[in-house]
Write a protein of this length. Sequence first.
Lengths: 311, 197
Amino acid sequence: MNHAYGNAPTGIMHPSEVRLPAEDHFARRARRLQQLAERHEPLGEFLGFMARLAHAQQAALERASSSWQPEPAAFDLALEHGVPPLNIQALQGDIDIQGELEALLDALELHAGEAQRPLLAALRTRSEQSLRQLAGQVLAGESGEAPTRGLMPLVGAALQVAWHRLAHRLPQAPARPSAEVRTLCPCCGSPPVASLIETDASCSGVRYLQCSLCATQWYLERSICSVCEQSGKLDYLSLTPNTDEEDDNATVAQAEACGDCGSYLKIFPRALDADVEPLADDLASLALDLLLGEEGRYRRSGFNPLLIAEG
Amino acid sequence: MTLRVTRRQFFKLGAAGMATSSLAMMGFSPEPAVASIRHFKLTGAKITRSNCTYCSVGCGVLLYSRGDAAINNVDDIYHVEGDPDHPVSRGSLCPKGAGLLDYIRSESRLRYPQVREAGSDEWRRITWDEAFERIARHMKDDRDANFVDQNEAGDTVNRWTTTGMLAASASTNETAYCTHKIARSLGMVVFDNQARV
């Protein structure tokens, strides 16, 4: 039935279990980051740069094509057997990291601030071998060495472009990961950056985890821990201003914190902000991590290659 | 918790690590973000799976509550929504289910046993023990007085038709099994489920 005030559901909801990233995912992320940069003053400069980086990622994705292309049928076997077709361990040696990075740096060059230019220059002079080493660290979720830590997010961004490219070549989305690896990306096996709760009628209230690398989204039941899959001691922690003043910083981000395994993953309900993009909103809600870090009860399980810290 | 072999790692993203984080190494100052947390405190909410109380479909619902679980005090259910993961209802709720929050908060909701004595016009609060005793007494008296062990033809029937029972709607199989055993073993034949009401 159609009404002026909305439509009644016409059937049983069958949400997709795995959603591959859209062609313009980086562009959307860039818009969201820009929006957040204007909203969150303490992180404004950082988020503004990340917006330009995401914009450059979109440009690199569209402009350049990788020198290494997998065979179209290369993924069939993996898809058939429920193995991540774009497994990071298997493919990180094949990726043209230098080419991907160059395309990204070219797109970013004119938009980088004075303080960030040396990073770009430093990356351009690095040998392929040392880039592969950095890429290996990023993909393994390591925090790397302090002197090169500032380079890692840019390498991570190039890797994101590379895996987006691969994800777009998949003939179809993989099946939902099986029980053993339900909380790892079904495309590439990376951990999630955060999760979001949808509002669209086709998947209303459904939670998706979003891959930190290829931005594939996959279904995970609501209200269970994304690490240990327990549900008994979950708490949804969010920031509330100490005073009664309204503050935009204090919305949207919640930490799904599990008392069983002591970890948390951020969760963003689209009902609170329709424009949410998990990776962008994860960066913008750094204050929640800092407060949780200070409180000390939970440790972060979400991985964000654009913000890497020691410990 | 079963240990699973995954690549998931735990990070600490605290104020102490900010100075050597990639954010700082890329030339951005972490200080304003670190300073901003002084204006905030952490507040928690719980989400609990449950079933709608109304009918036998037993739609899944998620109950949002505030309160400190550490002291076992959940003081306020503030939101109810359909459970999108529920295999039967897939997140949808009928208008009755969608209005559950008002039902939960209803001032006239029954929260404890009450009795209105014969001849009185007032409801009086009683304890659960007292309530069980009174119910058991009534049942026993009525069953002793009206139990039918044989019908007119002399066949053994063992039935008790003067007391009935209305069972709850969204019961599990196990609850339904126990309810059935109790009612039928007393000889009770007037027995229905509120789901059909």
